[in-house]
Design a protein around this ligand. Structure first.
Ligand SMILES: [Ca+2]
Ligand SMILES: [Ca+2]
Ligand SMILES: [Ca+2]
Ligand SMILES: [Zn+2]
Length: 345
């Protein structure tokens, strides 16, 4: 009898070991609670719950799994091609600044806040009500973007924030209950179906979708993608990234600002790491990798490149209360992108 139970215990132990060693899709994933957006993203024990409910063992594991943003990274060949097009557009329009990121306020293409972009909002929710956010959250998201693009975000200030050329105005709001579209992730058939059914306007209209984010906080398309895939153009954000949710520290609308930054042609500040032209913006110093959480003081991960890591920039991965600025170089690049790929198109 004793021998039998020992064998049973050994068998149970080895079975448990087998289960534990089955590789999970995400490193550090720990299980799936319900409705993650109704609580803080960062839990008391330091774990972070992704928009699809997957639990990561740490803030770092969440960021390392790429859950902050799933906008694709353009490669060097594509960036070169885009930069040539920006330069040709500048030459055709009588030269001037733009794209290089060496501007001062005096030489910018468009005046601060002079372009109001119509925003077509599409709220996609589940049949059980998940993601059916109130109108007030949509208004708060637009207000947050106007504050952020106007250089007025707070409360953490290390350096002055640029006042961008763009502002946003709600032009339409649709509500759709569809469990498949709610779960739509980047590159999925569901994303394509959702956008084909809901997208309105042309290249200079912003279509802003909220759903589960497909497990990410958001993703966006670039201005240069519009010609080949006009229906896919726009940004998709997790509904709980909007101001009004409890999804701390990602509930101040900075995800929307970050994704709209991509939609206006800006890359991550850590694009290309310490080598090459990085994000194509001169006044965002190169950084080796994304920054997460809420760092303070000087970080310098690319010591051979002048300048400290721009972790306070909207195009990095830090927490919403800790990212608060675009730079003057990003004014240049987004103005140039707008002029080349979106204005009047
Ligand atoms: Ca840079
Ligand atoms: Ca540096
Ligand atoms: Ca912020
Ligand atoms: Zn991004």
């Amino acid at each position: 009898m004793k021998k039998f139970s020992l064998a049973l215990v050994l068998f149970a132990l080895s079975f448990a070991f087998l289960l534990a060693s089955v590789p999970l899709k995400d490193a550090g994933a720990q299980g799936r609670p319900e409705n993650p957006g109704e609580q803080s993203a960062v839990r008391a024990d330091g774990r972070v719950v992704a928009p699809d409910g997957v639990v990561f063992e740490s803030h770092k594991a969440f960021i390392d799994a790429g859950r902050r943003c799933n906008t694709r990274h353009a490669d060097d060949i594509e960036i070169e091609k885009i930069d040539r097009k920006l330069a040709a557009n500048r030459a055709a329009n009588g030269g001037g600044q733009g794209g290089g990121g060496t501007s001062t306020d005096g030489s910018r293409l468009y005046a601060t806040g002079s372009i109001t972009i119509p925003v077509y909002f599409h709220v996609v929710s589940k049949a059980d009500g998940t993601g059916n956010i109130p109108d007030s959250w949509v208004d708060a998201q637009i207000a947050a973007m106007n504050e952020h693009f106007g250089g007025q975000d707070g409360p953490v200030y290390r350096e002055a924030a640029a006042n961008m050329s763009f502002r946003f105005a709600l032009a339409g709001l649709t509500r759709t209950v569809n469990d498949t579209w709610y779960a739509a992730g980047p590159g999925s058939t569901a994303e394509s179906q959702m956008k084909n059914a809901l997208r309105v306007g042309t290249a200079d209209d912003l279509n802003f979708y909220t759903n589960s984010g497909g497990g990410y906080l958001g993703w966006a398309t670039f201005p240069s993608d519009y010609t080949s895939k006009p229906k896919m153009d726009g940004v998709v954000c997790y509904w709980a990234s909007l101001p009004g949710s409890n999804y701390v520290p990602y509930n101040e609308g900075d995800t929307g600002t970050h994704e709209v930054g991509h939609w206006l042609g800006l890359y991550h500040t850590f694009q290309g790491g310490c080598a090459g032209s990085g994000d194509g913006v001169a006044d965002t110093p190169a950084e080796r990798d994304s920054t997460f959480g809420c760092p303070t003081g000087s970080l310098d991960t690319c010591r051979r490149n002048a300048g400290l890591d721009p972790y306070e920039n909207f195009m990095d991965y830090t927490d919403d209360p800790c990212m608060y600025k675009f730079s003057l170089g990003q004014v240049d690049r987004s103005d140039s992108m707008w002029s080349t790929y979106r204005a009047g198109k």
